[in-house]
Design a protein around this ligand. Structure first.
Ligand code: 4AD
Ligand code: MG
Length: 465
């Protein structure tokens, strides 16, 4: 092979005219091969774009035999002239001059032979599915959104603050934590009263994987002003739904001196920024997903960017649901935790736009939320989205030491002294929220199942790869 610098297919197709008439060097995986006894056409993909590059092998130049290892899934390195294409479906193609095969993929055993595998089938071969058009598109969009999130906060002067994944506190109080232990499960050390002796455990106490970085995020915000976290979170709830994962990524901004209105403004601006970023940078992938999975995708994304979110107290939301005359599977009444069907009714049928629901009953929300003057509701805010339901959960935090202490005691929480210190020393009004990253990716890609927007999903009874 000649000494030519490799060009990615994305770079090449960004400005093909710069390469036409020149020799190019490309590498990638074969998506398909077809042709006749004079010429063979290979669709090459290198993961940098949804688009394939057509490679033309002239059989006057190459023997059939030498091309034998070139089949769907094999990896090749090709050098040849880039020429304008005569055929339909592409503007340019490479006339193969020289090539080498890196790795073959036996057609009898390579699972991704034909188009149109079901998403369920592909979930079972999640180690290979990134090589499909669909998952390539999803994971490129996922990357772009992650980048947009860091850019958004960095440009606003927020600091990326790293909170621990192993923790001894249950931030959300939902009791859905995975335990972290090195104790021998078949022979647990016991205390005199028959309980597990955690003093013998690795950390000398009971430890879990975090369900949220918020509490430690508050420590950051009450020192640095505005911070955000962006990391994995773990929930052992037995939720087998298209919107729940056992391991998911969450973005949690936390801001000193922000009240609930500021918090809502930030959440709305943040989501719009991310969706717009994807529209501006991932259109090829979005259009592919629109064509194959969700014909209204672009319209829905643009709608979210261009329209104000409704802001509505929970109490009014419940009234709308009660008066809707709709038969819901789960009952609605003041005090009920809203189910996804209720959230989606408000968003998709009643208001037909995203809704920020505020001021929930304190009983159905976490201990740290600021109590309203009515003594019954807290300054919570959930952002509800079409197709998704809850995409963001957040609140203004209770900054009053006595009120927070009462709530902690009411709920019997222990080991919170370090958290209470933020309220004992220089307490300030502050707010924050958590965006479920996969729910955002779900929304932007138009996919139906959250298991299809993370490379290796974790859910009950599944821990493959
Ligand atoms: O509403 P949640 O439980 O809020 C918190 O954890 C707060 N500490 C956030 C904060 O105020 N800093 O979770 C936040 C978001 C939800 O709105 C949802 O988008 C996502 O995280 N989420 C999940 N995503 C995937 N799978 C799960 N099991 C999820 N549970 C929550
Ligand atoms: Mg929530």
């Amino acid at each position: 092979m000649k000494d030519i610098r490799r060009v990615t297919i994305a770079d090449l197709l960004k400005d093909p005219s710069a390469y036409v008439g020149k020799e190019v060097d490309v590498k990638g995986w074969v998506r398909s091969r077809r042709g006749n006894k004079y010429v063979q056409f290979v669709a090459l993909n290198d993961g940098t774009t949804i688009k394939n590059l057509q490679i033309v092998f002239d059989l006057a130049k190459f023997s059939e035999d030498s091309l034998k290892g070139i089949s769907t899934g094999s990896s090749i390195h090709v050098q040849g002239e880039l020429v304008e294409s005569q055929g339909k479906g592409q503007t340019v193609e490479v006339q193969a001059g020289e090539f080498e095969i890196y790795g073959t993929a036996d057609p009898d055993s390579y699972p991704l032979q034909k188009k149109g595998h079901t998403l369920e089938f592909l979930r079972d071969i999640a180690h290979l599915r990134p090589r499909t058009n669909t998952f390539g598109a999803v994971f490129r969009i996922r990357h772009a959104l992650a980048y947009a999130i860091h850019k958004f906060f960095n440009d606003k002067g927020f600091y990326y603050f790293h909170t621990p994944l192993i923790t001894a506190s249950d931030a959300e109080g939902a009791g859905a934590q995975f335990q972290v232990t090195t104790l021998p499960l078949e022979d647990l050390p016991k205390t005199e009263d028959g309980k597990v002796d955690y003093s013998a455990d690795f950390f000398g106490k009971e430890a879990c994987l975090t369900v949220s970085g918020q509490l430690e995020g508050e420590l950051g915000a009450t020192a640095l002003g505005c911070i955000y976290t962006f990391g994995p979170t773990f929930r052992a709830e037995n939720s087998n739904t298209p919107r729940h994962l056992s391991e998911f990524w969450m973005i949690e901004p936390e801001m000193a001196f922000y009240e609930i209105q500021d918090n809502m403004d930030l959440a709305e601006e943040f989501i719009k920024y991310c969706v717009k970023y994807a529209l501006d940078h991932c259109m090829d992938d979005i259009l592919f997903l629109q064509e194959h999975y969700d014909k209204d995708l672009v319209e829905r994304l643009k709608f979210v960017v261009d329209n104000d979110f409704v802001r509505l107290p929970y109490t009014e939301g419940v009234k709308i649901l009660e008066e809707s005359g709709k038969k819901f599977e789960f009952p609605v009444f003041w005090g009920a935790d809203l189910a996804s069907e209720h959230e989606r009714y408000l968003v998709e049928e009643h208001f037909k736009r995203p809704v920020i629901l505020t001021d929930y009953p304190k009983e159905i929300k976490a201990f740290y939320m600021k109590l309203n003057d009515d003594g019954k509701t807290v300054r919570a805010m959930d952002v509800l989205f079409p197709k998704i339901g809850e995409i963001i959960g957040g609140s203004q935090r209770e900054e009053n030491y006595e009120k927070l202490k009462n709530r902690v005691e009411e709920l019997g929480l222990t080991g919170m002294d370090w958290y209470m210190d933020t309220r004992r020393f220089g307490s300030v009004p502050h707010s924050g929220f958590g965006l479920g990253f996969e729910r955002l990716v779900l929304f932007v890609t138009g996919m139906q199942n959250i298991r299809d927007v993370i490379p290796f999903p974790r859910y009950p009874k599944n821990c493959e790869f």
